[in-house]
Design a protein around this ligand. Sequence first.
Ligand code: NAD
Ligand code: MG
Length: 384
Amino acid sequence: MSRSTPTKRVAILGSTGSIGTTALKVLRRHRDRFTVTALTAFTNNDLLGQQVAEFRPTFVGLVEDRPERRSDWQCGDGCLVEAATRDDVDIVLNAVVGAAGLDATLAALEHGKRVALANKESLVMAGELVLAAAKKGGGEIIPVDSEHSAILQCLKDHAPDEIRRLVITASGGPFRQWSSEQLRNATVDDALRHPTWRMGRKITIDSATLANKALEVIEAHLLFGVPYDRIEVVVHPQSVVHSLVEFADGSVLAQLGAPSMELPILYALTHPDRIADADVPRFDPVAMSPLCFEPVRSADFPMLALGIQAGMRGGAAPAVYNAANERAVALVLEGRIALGDIAPAVERALETLGTTPGATRSEILNADAAARRLVEDRFECSRS
Ligand code: NAD
Ligand code: MG
């Protein structure tokens, strides 16, 4: 890029979260290339206010209306789509957590934007719709997930038939070395102690159950067009090798880096270019040694296989898996059910709803709502 290149204009949905704040940290270093033109948050009025004072976006949205909200800020669910479709936005970083990010992903792609996608749930629940929206509107999805960023960086322009296998790495989470017996008594606090990544609470629980890895396998299948039987998961506790691609000739490429989201976020903004950034944590092979790889203990982490099966089944099954998991995780975080209750509840939701149609947005949202209701009924927990 030359010095005269106009800055790219970025909207950050979920700017107060883990990915959102890390993205602003990265963008603060690259004001010559990027301008933040829109910010949205869910409830955190104070942090959003600080971000607005620093970055001076033209659009600000706070989903939950607060008495202290500034009168020129938008509120309500619609503010995500509004931010994602503005004329003064080129790149939409969707860093919202959960199914709440779906409409913004769809709308941004339909409006021809680049979506830097952290919100994997929107792609997983409505894969075909999201890909169709990109095709129709001319938008593109660039993954923020470190594993998918790694794969994208390894793939370059290789065609799908040149890829023999994708190997997605998983840290293994806090329970990697726990016995089946210990796992039965694991608590939410145990699950929130992730060994290598500091993230929002929902994805931290998903990392402990390996539901996050199932979402990532589905995400990889959709993004890179590789069949499920050629996507593998391997446990790599150091979280340094972010994923591997095996090509048809047997050559394997991997992308490595310190366990930090700064690089995948930056790359999602600059792809296919790379720009200098001296502050992204540097990789030191000696300090990072030794690197280990282990098989997944599938029987002890049933959420992985359940999710991959849902992906293979297609239709509304991935939306049912995602929604049942999302609702169950929220109940775990509220202390209303145990960690071990998640997998049986999701399995039951898939048995009941796994073959419902999921071709349209309304079918997907119906399946999503039905899955949440099933989980609530199972534990007699209402939305209160
Ligand atoms: P987080 O909980 O820290 O932040 C979530 C953000 O979304 C917050 O800004 C919040 O205000 C907003 N939000 C929450 N609910 C909302 C709703 N209903 N409507 C509108 N906005 C809402 O989560 P996070 O860890 O930053 O994760 C965000 C997304 O990125 C998730 O999909 C996660 O899977 C993905 N991701 C995160 C990491 C990571 O390192 N944190 C890595 C890879 C992918
Ligand atoms: Mg990831």
